[in-house]
Ligand binder design. Structure first.
Ligand code: PHE
Length: 449
């Protein structure tokens, strides 16, 4: 039997999983590229209509079975339909994810330490500083990656209550305090008006079919859906928790932190006239680092705070990627927690090294033309495994799990009108949207219209 979270521990742990590099890296970048608040509205809409609905489905799979994803599907599926257990293996996505995600946290560690002393003074030196790290410093990357890797595995080795809950209970509030302090500083700057305007005044002309795809991908990624994390954490959900208020608070915290990060990042971008629509690491690792440099010592302090807060956000997410598979090995093969983590650890470490080598100039290898191993894993997890995982959860809970079991589970916190509404969305709207978006990513509908 696994130990259970406390009620607040559950909310903080799931919020810790949800709030991560997605909020700091993907959210501001996508918002910047897709017309600011118009994209935020789209993202909010999809978070409520799809993310929230799938979240509750995954929560019910975890809570009703109190098992890891594979065994949860197996337990809840009726005789003759046990092949549903295969859907639980989408949790492998989280293992692929943690390998390159930890590498980004490793870069953050390097930036957090070095920004205390030095920051690149212009975009050119900042770009070469970053390229030098990713393309030409395999040992440094490996050292930072090993640090992150050991920390994450150490926390998970302590278990749900003594490791995961304990870490989240202090890291999440600390993250929040750091962000509030930085936000106050940002608000004293002129650029914050433009940042507010950019984030709050919608420009729908920038919304394209691709933006919808991006917004759905982000809604899944940032709520940690489709890879077994929510199922696993919900297996340790204490009884008599109000699932709806807990879920809504998690979604609220996730969006709030995304917006706070966005305001901080864009204030500095506008303050110094940088380009808000840059791709990938450009915004955080290249522009922001240069902009902080313009503020002298205050900039160094801000940069350290900023990267430390990213580090906190990243670590609490990374641990939630390992727990599902560890829990599966413990349940199925009766492994000790340590043994399970050693197996997973070897695999993750090798993948991490391959990510480093693939982008390193001297050892570079790419796929499909110019995609690094990192890019391939990112694409595989976000565009393929997560939608499949979400779709499976929706169809399974909507059509295979007994409706009465769900009614009993949700009766204390949802009236029958909302229950039916959720159930309808789960069965018909969510699968339709996910399939439509999947088809679109393979064969863009624009070509048909
Ligand atoms: N939600 C996390 C983020 O925004 C990423 C994540 C995905 C965590 C899937 C766990 C599982 O960074």
């Amino acid at each position: 039997m696994n130990s259970k979270f406390s009620k607040i521990g559950f909310v903080l742990a799931v919020a810790g999983s949800a709030v991560g590099l997605g909020n700091a890296w993907k959210f501001p970048t996508l918002v910047g590229q897709n017309g600011g608040s118009a994209f935020i509205l789209l993202y909010l809409f999809l978070t409520l209509c799809v993310g929230f609905v799938v979240f509750l489905a995954e929560l019910s799979i975890g809570k009703l079975s109190e098992k890891d994803p594979v065994n949860a599907y197996k337990t809840l599926a009726p005789e003759g339909k046990k092949a549903w257990a295969l859907a639980g293996f989408t949790m492998l996505g989280a293992i692929l994810l943690v390998s390159f995600y930890s590498l980004v946290i490793a870069w953050i560690v390097k930036y957090a330490v070095f920004s205390a002393v030095t920051l690149p003074s212009d975009i050119q030196s900042s770009t070469s500083y970053f390229e030098e790290l990713v393309g030409n410093s395999p040992w440094l990357q490996l050292a930072c990656f090993t640090f992150v890797f050991l920390l994450v595995f150490y926390v998970v080795s302590k278990g749900v209550k003594n490791g995961i809950e304990r870490l989240n209970v202090w890291m999440m509030p600390s993250l929040f305090i750091l962000l509030v302090l930085m936000l106050f500083y940002a608000l004293s700057k002129g650029g914050s008006f433009q940042a507010f305007e950019f984030l709050l005044k919608p420009d729908f002309s920038k919304i394209s079919v691709a933006s919808i795809l991006d917004a759905l991908g982000l809604a899944f990624f940032s709520l940690s859906l489709g890879v077994g994390t929510i199922i696993t954490y919900s297996a340790s959900l204490p009884d008599r928790t109000n699932f709806i208020t807990s879920t809504l608070s998690i979604i609220f915290i996730n969006i709030l932190i995304g917006l706070m990060m966005g305001l901080i990042v864009f204030t500095f971008i506008f303050e110094f006239g940088a380009d808000p629509t840059q791709q990938g690491p450009g915004l955080i690792f290249i522009s922001l680092a240069t902009l902080f440099a313009k503020l002298g010592v205050v900039g160094n302090i801000l940069a350290v705070c900023f990267f430390v807060s990213l580090f906190f956000a990243g670590i609490t997410s990374a641990i939630s990627m390992i727990e599902p598979f560890a829990f599966y090995l413990i349940n199925t093969f009766k492994f000790s927690r340590l043994k399970a983590l050693v197996y997973i650890g070897v695999f993750v470490y090798i993948l991490g090294i391959l990510c480093i080598l693939s982008s390193n100039q001297a050892t570079a290898f790419t796929f499909f033309g110019n995609k690094s191993f990192f890019d391939v894993l990112d694409y595989l997890v976000q565009n393929i495994i997560m939608p499949i995982g979400g779709l499976c959860a929706a169809i399974f809970v909507g059509f295979v799990v007994k409706k009465e079991a769900l009614q009993i589970l949700f009766a204390p916190c949802m009236n029958s009108f909302f229950f039916e509404l959720w159930y309808f969305f789960l069965r018909f709207i969510v699968p339709f949207i996910i399939i439509l978006i999947a088809i679109n990513s393979i064969y863009p509908l624009k070509q048909l219209l």
